[in-house]
Design a protein around this ligand. Structure first.
Ligand SMILES: [Zn+2]
Length: 424
């Protein structure tokens, strides 16, 4: 398509021309212009007529039109040589706030309010050009006037423009780069999210905190250490939704508790199965309804393992034994351990041993580990609080024994309740 550079400033200064217009006024050879004159009386040579370029009043209608080569400019780009801005003419007038298709370049373009063809900027193209409030799409026009398609890094961030329509995408988008990834484009700016971000439900998304890779913007799944005001915290982003999780959850064989407010992982506990032959399958029709606290009087957990493995030894066992950060399990919860010296109560309790002696009672590290275990057991039962004598007790409540000896029972139960509260 022909593009002329003969143009005026915008707003375009109209040439004062009329039926007596001469080509001299347009900087061309002096000769009468007959394009607007009475063609029947004095037809001008066709070659000269085509040299008319610029604004003129069309004598046929009395309206101003832009002419190129003597023809009304129609579906043609015109460049203002002074500003280098391009305009698009239809029926002799340049268009404003209008999307149009140029068959020659096979592209859509947008003419701004001042008529200049948009380039090197983002523009809003309304669905209905007479009603911008009816919605539309944001697109990015490149310096070469064409619409940007696909991923684009500019203005300090990444954006994505629909591969076909050029529409700036917003919200969650699966993009093919980096081997395929879910990313999030801000609903207002369209810019890709990085780092931590709260996703609200204003656009139908599942609300929650998420994390997006600092470089690729990919949704983070699984464990993550995130910065806090006073250090870091470990959180977990759901492996499907990418949302930060709260409360109790089993992950990778670990019982985990995430603070109900901050999402911080406060419990990540693995129980090692050891087993014993010293137990009774089932619970004689009962179910466990109380946790029982013991002290081993054996100073290592390996020693406890040996005692419970010795079928020739004392007929005693427990469901768990705790030492430091370690937890060993010997009897399943649905089975009866020989723990409290009372058959009826054996069938209704979960016995938890703590490595310690009279002189060296269970350490606070051991008690903290046990408190986490007790909290998770309480959670399994739907208990919101452990109360001594109701759902937690000491061995000496059931039989003649001093067990659990010097173990700090009050601290242990209070600590367990602390964890229990974090998950509620
Ligand atoms: Zn005991």
């Amino acid at each position: 398509m022909k593009r002329t550079t003969l143009f005026c400033h915008a707003p375009l200064a109209r040439l004062a021309v009329g039926a007596s217009l001469t080509l001299a006024a347009l900087g061309c050879v002096a000769a009468p212009v007959s394009a607007f004159a009475e063609p029947a009386t004095e037809p001008a040579p066709a070659a000269e007529t085509r040299t008319l370029n610029g604004w003129a009043t069309d004598p046929a209608t009395g309206e101003d039109r832009y002419f190129i080569g003597g023809e009304i400019a129609n579906c043609v780009f015109v460049t203002d040589p002074d500003t280098n801005e391009r305009y698009w003419f239809e029926n002799g007038l340049f268009v404003r706030e209008h999307a149009f298709f140029d068959a020659a370049t096979n592209e859509w373009y947008w003419a701004d309010a001042d008529g200049t063809i948009a380039h090197g900027k983002d523009v809003f193209i309304p669905k209905d050009e007479s009603d911008r409030d009816a919605g539309g799409k944001w697109v990015r026009i490149d310096d070469d006037y064409t619409m940007v398609k696909g991923e684009d890094c500019r203005y300090g961030g990444w954006y994505y423009f629909d591969d076909i329509t050029g529409e700036m995408l917003k919200g969650f988008v699966f993009v093919p780069s980096n081997g395929g990834k879910w990313v999030f484009y801000d609903y207002i700016t369209g810019q890709m999210a990085h780092g931590e971000r709260y996703i609200d439900d204003a656009h139908g998304d599942e609300p929650g905190w998420m994390h997006f890779d600092g470089v690729t913007g990919a949704v983070t799944y699984g464990w993550m250490d995130v910065a806090t005001d006073d250090g870091t915290k470990t959180v977990y982003y759901d492996e499907v939704t990418g949302r930060m999780v709260y409360g109790w959850r089993d992950i990778d064989g670990m019982t985990c508790l995430f603070d109900r407010v901050t999402g911080e992982a406060v419990i990540r506990q693995k129980v090692e199965w050891v087993g014993t032959e010293k137990y009774t399958p089932g619970r004689d029709g009962n179910d466990w309804e109380r946790l029982v606290i013991h002290t081993t009087l054996i100073d290592t957990i390996e020693g406890v393992d040996e005692v419970f493995a010795d079928t020739n030894g004392r007929s005693a066992s427990a469901h768990y034994c705790v030492d430091g950060t370690e937890i060993h399990q010997y009897v399943r919860l649905e089975d009866t351990a020989w723990g409290v010296g009372n058959w009826n109560w054996n069938t209704r309790t979960v016995s938890i041993e703590h490595v310690g002696t009279r002189e060296n009672p269970a350490t606070y590290e051991t008690l903290d580990t046990s408190a986490k275990l007790m909290a998770s057991l309480a959670h399994q039962k739907g208990w919101t609080k452990l109360v001594m004598g109701e759902n937690v007790d000491v061995h000496s409540s059931f039989t003649a024994t001093e067990c659990p000896f010097e173990l700090d029972v009050d601290w242990l139960v209070e600590r367990a309740n602390h964890y229990l509260a974090l998950g509620q």
